[in-house]
Ligand binder design. Structure first.
Ligand code: MN3
Length: 204
């Protein structure tokens, strides 16, 4: 079963003014689509690995055959990261967290403002292309982690709960070199219901 590009769950302009429609269109239809195409092409060489889910492939990245491991790390990683990214954002998002994640952020970081500050720092401080993620381990313990390129928290057996893409393709049209302004605006897109649902799945 080849990977498929998931449909964007809202219109390209739904995250305006925080993320512009053109960026969303190119990001989803071109960049994410390319990760899916490249991952599928690599898996054709080893069809037995094509039966795995994207999470299984990344958890077991060291078991992926040498000749496709880097391609899978980059492109299955890109597919996994972006598939989460679209769902943890949404129109009318942002504001303070609610539910279980609100309590966990308070217990771990002291409060939402402190969490935002630390995630922002990880995102802005990521050298070159990459991501900053809020992750949970198997016990539900939270941490903030930066990753280069399309490396995925799944490779560390962590569950990514929410993350910000700091590749230039994610913000350059609107924000040019102002990555910090993009990250500040991106917090206004967060879909806390979706994030709570991801958090709940850590124990499922
Ligand atoms: Mn991207």
């Amino acid at each position: 079963m080849a990977f498929e590009l998931p449909k964007l769950p809202y219109a390209f302009d739904a995250l305006e003014p925080h993320i512009d429609a053109k960026t969303m269109e190119i990001h989803h239809d071109k960049h994410h689509a390319a990760y899916v195409t490249n991952a599928n092409a690599a898996l054709e060489k080893h069809p037995e690995f094509g039966k795995k889910t994207v999470e299984e492939l990344l958890w077991g990245i060291n078991d992926v055959p040498d000749d496709i491991r880097t391609v899978i790390r980059n492109n299955a990683g890109g597919h996994a990261n972006h598939s989460i990214f679209w769902t943890i954002m949404g129109p009318g998002g942002g504001g303070n967290p609610n539910g279980r994640i609100a309590d966990a952020l308070k217990n771990t970081f002291g409060g939402y403002d402190q969490f935002k500050e630390q995630l922002q720092k990880a995102a802005v401080g990521q050298f070159g292309s990459g991501w900053a993620w809020l992750v949970a381990d198997r016990q539900g313990k939270l941490a903030i982690k930066g990753y280069p390129n399309q490396d995925s928290p799944y490779m560390d057996e962590l569950t990514p709960l929410l993350g910000v893409d700091v590749w230039e393709h994610a913000y350059y049209l609107k924000y040019q070199n102002r990555r910090a302004d993009y990250v500040t605006a991106w917090f206004n897109t967060l879909n806390w219901d979706a994030i709570n649902s991801r958090f709940g799945s850590v124990w499922a």
